[in-house]
Design a protein around this ligand. Structure first.
Ligand code: GUN
Ligand code: FE
Length: 443
């Protein structure tokens, strides 16, 4: 058992932060939180090793509920098109390159390193159609010690030549990955990932639903992101009453734990179906802006009781940091508020809760310091930002708005401190030397 001391901030509920000045969190050897208290004596753990972080902030680690690893090279470029032409012109041609394992290894390593760097300890990831590349990405997550649900992507229509896979190959590839990454309680696991309805024939969707049911696997995809996409799905799936119903008919809408990215145009029947099926939403505010998609009505989703987390949606989104995603989520909700005055904008504790405890539900008990939760945490040394007598809540808010990886001094996933493997090029540097580290990794 270990006891970590510091200024503890986390959210149990969306409405407010829990704050313990000079508090303690006790963590069992299996990586789960025993409890949080003002002093070790209150935790009944006299013989535990105590690690004191002094004046630093101790918060739950970030969770990215929707991100495309093979789009990492396109980060910050190709922002001049809406979703469908953006996919055809920029995204599919990039993803095709992942047939080359050497390229995949170079890019994926950089991606996983950067997730670690920005404090994201769990993520829900799209890879590509390629089984070998997907396996490599999963191995890199394992090597790094980060938690991830990783999807080999199902696509068999409306793509470029070379970026589709026949249904039987898809099933064979998935079954191989499921067999390889089957350790009980594994931190890195596969997730069934039909790209979206326009990329998948009914046979592909049916096979994905059958895999999810047969192996009791979670599911991720995209839903109601863009007006042209929604109209296209209506044409493709004429019998379905809405886009969500099209997934539902193939067993891909909450029959097993399911997360759908975007949901910008989700309302009425679709919203009710999501609620009934417990389908989670990955809200990706920077992607909503960059792809000129529109803004997802997150306040409405929360009022309706949907479970919402945050995603970076690289490279539709341009920023891997979930701290930045919190800020954008609040800002886009403020822009939306002018059009929909009945939906008040999001607050900071709500955004933090979405990025931690709410998203964490998809990974089990992750994202809080309540008893039984897996201890995923960041230690923030904000001394460079704390130049006056700021309260602890103000310090956290300033870190979220102004900070970056330079202030993250320790990272934990399931109770274990996550240092990069010594064999990774970046491990030789420190986070303060971010620029040179990045150069080394690219070289
Ligand atoms: N819909 C289908 N594929 C994608 C993708 O790669 N990014 C986004 N933002 N939406 C999608
Ligand atoms: Fe996406």
């Amino acid at each position: 058992m270990k006891v970590y001391k510091g200024h503890i901030l986390y959210t149990k509920d969306p409405g407010r932060f829990e704050v313990l000045e000079n508090g303690c969190v006790a963590v069992e050897a299996d990586g789960r939180v025993i409890g949080v208290a003002d002093c070790p004596a209150a935790l009944d753990c006299a013989d535990a090793e105590v690690i004191d972080f002094g004046d630093r902030l101790l918060i739950p680690a970030m969770i990215d509920l929707h991100v495309h690893a093979p789009q990492y090279r396109n980060l910050g470029i190709a922002m001049d098109l809406e979703l469908l032409p953006w996919l055809q012109n920029y995204t599919f041609p990039e993803e095709m390159k992942y047939a080359d394992l050497a390229y995949a290894g170079r890019m994926y390593r950089r991606f996983v390193y950067d997730l670690w760097r920005v404090g994201t300890m769990r993520s829900c990831v799209f890879a590509t159609i390629h089984t070998a590349g997907t396996r490599l990405l999963m191995q890199l997550f394992q090597e790094a010690g980060l938690g991830a649900l990783v999807g080999k992507v199902g696509m068999d229509r409306n793509s470029c030549d070379g970026l589709t896979e026949p249904v039987e190959e898809m099933v064979k590839g998935y079954e191989a990955l499921i067999a390889e990454f089957n350790a009980p309680d594994a931190r890195v696991r596969p997730i069934i990932t039909p790209r979206f309805i326009p990329s998948c024939t009914p046979e592909m969707l049916r096979a994905c639903g059958e895999l999810a049911a047969r192996y009791q696997m979670p599911v991720q995809s995209h839903l109601s992101e863009n007006k042209d996409e929604v109209a296209w799905v209506r044409e493709l799936e004429k019998e379905s009453s809405c886009y969500g119903d099209a997934y539902d008919r193939y067993g891909l809408f909450g029959q097993t734990p399911t997360v759908m990215a975007h949901c910008v145009y989700t309302k009425g029947k679709e919203l009710k179906l999501m609620k009934r099926r417990g389908v989670m939403v990955a809200h990706c505010p920077t992607s909503n802006l960059n792809l000129s998609t529109g803004i997802a009505p997150v306040r409405h989703f929360l009022d309706e009781g949907l479970c919402v987390g945050l995603g970076s949606d690289i490279s539709g989104g341009h920023d891997l940091s979930i701290f930045r995603a919190m800020v954008y989520a609040i800002q886009v909700s403020k822009a939306n508020c002018q059009q929909h005055p009945k939906w008040p904008f999001l607050t900071l504790p709500e955004a933090f809760w979405m990025a931690t405890k709410s998203a964490g539900r998809f990974f089990g008990q992750v994202g809080s310091f309540e008893p039984g939760y897996e201890f995923d945490a960041l230690v923030i040394d904000d001394s460079d930002l704390n130049h006056d007598r700021y309260s602890l809540l103000e310090r956290l808010e300033r870190y979220i708005y102004l900070g970056d990886d330079r202030q993250i001094v320790h990272r934990f996933c399931r109770g274990k401190e996550i240092l990069l493997p010594a064999t990774w090029p970046a491990a030789a540097g420190t986070s303060a030397a971010g620029a040179s580290v990045s150069a080394a990794i690219l070289g």
